[in-house]
Ligand binder design. Structure first.
Ligand SMILES: NC(=O)c1ccc[n+]([C@@H]2O[C@H](COP(=O)([O-])OP(=O)(O)OC[C@H]3O[C@@H](n4cnc5c(N)ncnc54)[C@H](OP(=O)(O)O)[C@@H]3O)[C@@H](O)[C@H]2O)c1
Length: 298
């Protein structure tokens, strides 16, 4: 970041709580509100995002909320962006970072709403250091059962939404010759998972967007990377599992199909997003990090 590229601050604490230390999160292990992510081993508190302005889309719940909480706990000014203003406000009340989150309502599938939201953030803070394109939707369907409308909707939110947010945020990053974009893709973007055609394609294309942006924006000091979560216990997955005829069996199948034999937690995905977003990961751009319990290693 211009002016504070090496500003990651480290301070002392009496606490000895790891970022998920000991939380070899079985499915359903949610660290939840109030987790002191900034606290690390031997009482050293790492604040990798001290005073950085970090925008997270889809931040009302799930992976987006866990990411925003962790960024805030490490010192960021966090902007919670999402469709439901009330849900964002409720989420904001659970934050314990130094700065109160700013909530902005937007549908990432609408270019003018993305432009307006970015304008609001820049008017308030003067800059954006980190953009996490996390908002996404999921639906089942193969090539026969996926309607053109569903296909278009999934691509619009999961892929075009990241393009819209990036096209409005990047000029502000270019001006300062600093910025980081992290796209939340999926294991489904790395391999073809049966029966979820449009979702798979949207995430594969998001990985393509990540690599193209990384190459184009490297000369401006802007890094662009992607995290590919494996199945993670969030409201999105809970909904999909509950829709099955035998939800318990469906969940078991999701756990058993990966070498680690369990689902991920939102906090584990948030940790990977924050690593890629941090300056300690400064040499990585165009990277695609699978955090999937080994699913795509098989
Ligand atoms: N959970 C997994 O297993 C998993 C695995 C791989 C990748 N991912 C990806 O990780 C991301 C987060 O997933 P999650 O599991 O945390 O999902 P989630 O629990 O359903 O949360 C998704 C968030 O995105 C928001 N959102 C959806 N459409 C939006 C739009 N058009 N504009 C703005 N916000 C929108 C939702 O808002 P509302 O509250 O209004 O719905 C919600 O807050 C998604 O991109 C997903 O594809 C998840």
């Amino acid at each position: 970041m211009i002016g504070s590229r090496s500003s990651n601050s480290i301070s002392r604490s009496n606490e000895d709580v790891g970022a998920g230390a000991g939380c070899h999160a079985g499915a359903g292990c949610h660290a939840g509100a109030g987790t002191q992510y900034g606290r690390r081993r031997r009482g050293v508190v790492v604040m990798r995002f001290a005073d950085k302005v970090c925008v997270v889309t889809g931040a009302a719940k799930g992976i987006g909320l866990a990411t925003a909480q962790r960024l805030a706990a490490e010192g960021a000014h966090v902007v919670l962006a999402g469709r439901d203003g009330h849900a964002l406000e409720r989420a904001a009340r659970t934050f314990q970072g130094a700065h109160e989150p700013l909530c902005v309502s937007l549908d990432v599938g609408e270019d003018d709403q993305c432009a307006q939201a970015v304008e609001t953030v820049v008017a308030r803070f003067g800059r954006i250091d980190v953009l996490v394109n996390n908002a996404g939707i999921y639906a089942k369907g193969d090539v026969v059962s996926t309607s053109p409308e569903l296909w278009a909707r999934i691509l619009q939110i999961n892929l075009t939404g990241a393009f819209y947010m990036s096209r409005h945020v990047v000029p502000h990053m270019m001006r300062r010759r600093y910025g980081v974009v992290v796209n939340v893709a999926s294991e489904a973007g790395l391999v073809g998972i049966r029966g979820q055609l449009a979702y798979n394609v949207s995430k594969a294309a998001l990985i393509g967007l990540t690599r193209s942006l990384a190459v184009d924006l490297a000369p401006y000091g802007i890094r662009v990377n992607a995290v590919c979560p494996g199945t993670t216990w969030t409201p999105l997955v809970e909904r999909a599992v509950q829709a099955e005829s035998d939800p318990a069996a469906a969940r078991r199948a999701l756990e058993e199909c990966r070498p680690l034999g369990r689902l991920g937690s939102p906090e584990e995905i948030a940790a990977a997003v924050c690593f890629l977003a941090s300056d300690e990961c400064g040499f990585a751009t165009g990277a695609v990090l699978a955090v999937d319990g080994g699913y795509t290693a098989q």
